[in-house]
Design a protein around this ligand. Structure first.
Ligand SMILES: Cc1cc2nc3c(=O)[nH]c(=O)nc-3n(C[C@H](O)[C@H](O)[C@H](O)COP(=O)(O)OP(=O)(O)OC[C@H]3O[C@@H](n4cnc5c(N)ncnc54)[C@H](O)[C@@H]3O)c2cc1C
Length: 503
């Protein structure tokens, strides 16, 4: 994010995105890629370089790769052992390999680095990002919304609130955010250590190797390279501190020494903040001309590295649907399918982070300790491990879409294909953000009239993909499939008209 405050000069735009966190920037990229006039308004005058969300989950990695966005992120990722994710920091790694993915391990990268890459790409694609410009007023009407940003106003066809857990837009519209308040407060700090005891983890291994309970604290210390560490801690006695009380270096130093001994010395604090384990979700992700995505729509305890991933996946689901709506190409109901698909996906994450919250209780009772033992044993069973790996990685997510073929609504693994141009991967076909009609039988009629932004790709594949012809949405989920190309007449056209573009 470039420093400095820009001035809102536009009086109209197609979409305003409130908030330049990972969700807002991902959405801005998707909209700009589709040619939608997109204005991002961000409250902060410059990015806070805080690690915060520290990882990219396998499904997010697949999606980013499909837009060519993974490579620049991998170049910035922290070196990490190839080790699976975790459930409630239990000591058995989650194994994503049964889900047929090229990215079975979470990628360690500080959130601000993800934001930097996404912002650069969104701007290159044509989005405008204004810093130091907080949304302070929202007036929706039948065909648009007037957004006030610290004085000046801009009229947009749609506003998407990606302005985080304390969403101003949500509050301005008076929308309830039902759920549970947090019971534990914790501190997240990016710190420099000038001396380390043998208790300090030396490498970024499995989460269970980074966590420790001692001296009345629970803590997680993740080495990010050199003397930089991401330190998360809280008191096991649940002593509550007001979320707005500033974090002090004395407080951080005391926790460090209590957990990692006197041989561990705090050098500097780069930044710090407090967070809680509150769980809340909006009832509807759409309120007329205003949509909600990311933390503005759902919050949950930061267990298992979910929030940033959920937000990026919201943006992937919403981007192409909103673009089609703004450009008059969308079939009826397409924009509302965003809520229908992503609300359950969010609810599922709230559900399993609630379970993790119990298992990872900072001050576990005997019962919780017993539960942890049982769960640890269960994680050693391949079937259970696969189930939880699928949930936390996002790889098992599918959508309930109309259609009889078993692949309908499923994600496609990134298969090797051979097209006219030579060998390639399925993921490379989605760089432009178009839908793909993948003809593996080579018999889809060449004169089939496809709408714009649906590409016909004929290819051979040595893997069995489970169908001869697949219609895959821009976000990588199958919306129609057939075992023979004989079925590719009216049924295919109806699937395109129902899922992607009106005739
Ligand atoms: C301790 C901790 C650890 C975490 N670890 C992980 C992890 O490992 N993996 C993971 O996936 N997630 C993790 N998360 C969660 C993750 O950080 C969030 O889910 C993520 O930041 C959500 O992104 P967002 O873009 O929706 O919202 P945010 O990142 O909150 O971005 C919202 C943006 O909107 C701006 N804004 C606010 N109000 C206004 C306004 N009125 N006008 C304009 N702009 C406004 C804000 O300044 C901000 O830039 C963690 C969170 C915490 C607290």
């Amino acid at each position: 994010m470039r420093d400095g405050v820009a001035v809102l000069t536009e009086s109209t735009t197609e979409v305003v995105v409130a908030g330049a966190g990972p969700t807002g920037l991902m959405l801005a990229y998707e909209l700009a890629l589709a040619g939608v006039e997109t204005l991002v308004l961000e409250k902060l005058p410059q990015r806070t370089k805080q690690a915060k969300g520290g990882g990219i989950q396998p499904r997010t990695a697949e999606l980013l790769e499909s837009r060519g966005l993974l490579e620049p992120l991998l170049q910035r990722a922290a070196p990490r052992d190839p080790v699976g994710g975790h459930f409630a920091a239990l000591p058995v790694p989650l194994d994503c390999t049964p889900w047929r993915t090229r990215h079975p391990f979470p990628i360690a990268i500080p959130q601000w680095e993800v934001e930097e890459v996404l912002e650069e790409r969104a701007i290159t694609a044509g989005a405008r990002v204004l810093l130091g410009t907080a949304v302070s007023g929202v007036e929706p009407d039948g065909d648009g919304v007037v957004v006030t940003a610290d004085g000046p106003q801009v009229r947009a066809r749609f506003l998407v609130a990606c302005d985080g857990g304390h969403s101003t837009v949500r509050k301005l519209l008076g929308l309830p955010f039902p759920g549970r308040s947090g019971t534990h407060q914790a501190v997240l700090a990016d710190i420099r250590l000038s001396a380390v005891s043998s208790l300090v983890p030396r490498q970024l291994g499995h989460m269970s190797t980074l966590t420790r309970h001692a001296g009345g604290y629970w803590a997680m210390l993740a080495p990010l390279g050199g003397d930089l560490y991401r330190f998360t801690f809280g008191r096991t006695d649940q002593a509550d501190t007001d979320r707005d009380t500033p974090v002090t270096s004395e407080e951080i130093a005391a926790a460090l020494q209590a957990v990692y001994g006197h041989g561990t010395t705090l050098g500097a604090v780069d930044n710090s903040s407090r967070f809680s384990d509150a769980t809340r979700q909006l009832e509807h992700y759409r309120a007329g001309r205003v949509l909600f995505a990311g933390d503005a729509a759902h919050i949950h305890p930061p267990l298992g590295g979910q929030g940033l991933n959920l937000g990026i996946q919201d943006a992937f689901n919403l981007g192409w649907k909103l673009a089609a709506t703004v450009q008059g190409r969308a079939p009826s109901g397409l924009l509302d399918s965003y809520h229908a698909e992503r609300h359950p996906a969010g609810a599922q994450v709230l559900h399993h982070t609630s379970a993790q919250r119990v298992l990872a209780d900072p001050n576990p009772s005997e019962d919780v300790a017993a539960l942890r033992d049982i769960f640890t044993d269960l994680l050693r069973l391949p079937h259970t491990n696969r189930h939880l790996a699928g949930l936390t990685s996002g790889l098992s997510l599918s959508y309930e879409l109309p259609g009889e073929h078993p692949l309908t609504g499923q994600r496609m693994p990134d298969a090797v294909l051979v097209t006219e141009a030579g060998p390639t991967r399925l993921s490379t076909l989605f760089g432009s953000g178009h839908a793909v009609l993948l003809d593996l039988a080579g018999t889809v009629p060449a004169d089939l009239r496809l709408p714009p932004r649906v590409d016909l790709v004929r290819a051979a594949c040595t893997d069995d993909l489970g169908a001869a012809v697949l219609l895959i949405r821009p976000d990588g989920y199958v919306c129609w499939a057939a075992d023979t190309s004989a079925a590719c007449g009216d049924a295919l056209l109806a699937a395109i008209a129902g899922n992607l573009a009106k005739p």
